[in-house]
Design a protein around this ligand. Sequence first.
Ligand code: NDP
Ligand code: 8X3
Length: 247
Amino acid sequence: MKTAFVTGATAGIGEATVRTLVNAGWRCVATGRRAERLDALVAELGADKVRPAVFDVRDAAAMELAVSSLPDAFAQVDLLVNNAGLAQGLSPAQEANLDDWRTMIDTNVTAMVTLTRLLLPGLIARKGAIVTIGSVAGSYVYPGGNVYAGSKAFANHFTLALRADLHGTGVRVTSIEPGMVETEFTLVRTGSQEASDRLYAGAHPMTGQDIADTIRWIAELPPHLNVNRIELMPVSQDFAGFRVARE
Ligand code: NDP
Ligand code: 8X3
């Protein structure tokens, strides 16, 4: 049985990924700050299948402790799913809150590379795989995206760069770059359930399950095959965004 390490498993894409991988025969380390949600996953899927690891990914010492104290059954990680992340705010750069910017960089960039570096030796030893959840926001910018878009451009590109460094190791590396997925993402970004409901209403957005199915597909490809990057959107969304300001 293979083991996945899935960050951000208390909601959205990460939660669906743990459920999907476990139902496909994997074991999962499931991380997040909300312990009660991880406990619910353990109750649903079984303590032999899900190992909760409660820590804030911005706390490097807590992350290292969580990794080093994994019980034997979960310590040999074959698949890292770098999923934990967030956006905060939609203000234009000139009005944005610097604390929001730092939170996004600390979470989406610093924590992601820290965890990747920690798990890389084991992933190389086992010829494992790394899947990072980047975003279309890293390729196509939009007003108010500023640091979120920058952090996801970093995630998209760091993941491709990993592929170069891991050349010849047998480790597979994939950047998954989704568009609109209905999760708690917009609630977290705006602080408003109403704003979240409004964004998704009538848009037929993707679901966490759509992305989880993609992760499972990639994770279970034959060892000679690597998906470098994959961009997904709901049919209702596109990337046309040029504007002209006129006097
Ligand atoms: P959710 O808000 O539903 O889930 C985010 C997850 O990240 C939660 O489990 C949360 O756990 C975890 N997380 C956030 N901050 C921290 C932290 N400091 N420490 C530990 N865990 C943290 O959003 P999504 O499922 O949509 O987001 C998952 C990923 O997908 C993110 O990287 C996001 O940028 C990306 N993405 C999302 C898209 C969308 O439209 N929804 C589109 C493209 C990419 P907890 O709060 O319990 O700590
Ligand atoms: C999340 C998708 O378009 O809201 O990365 O930035 S978007």
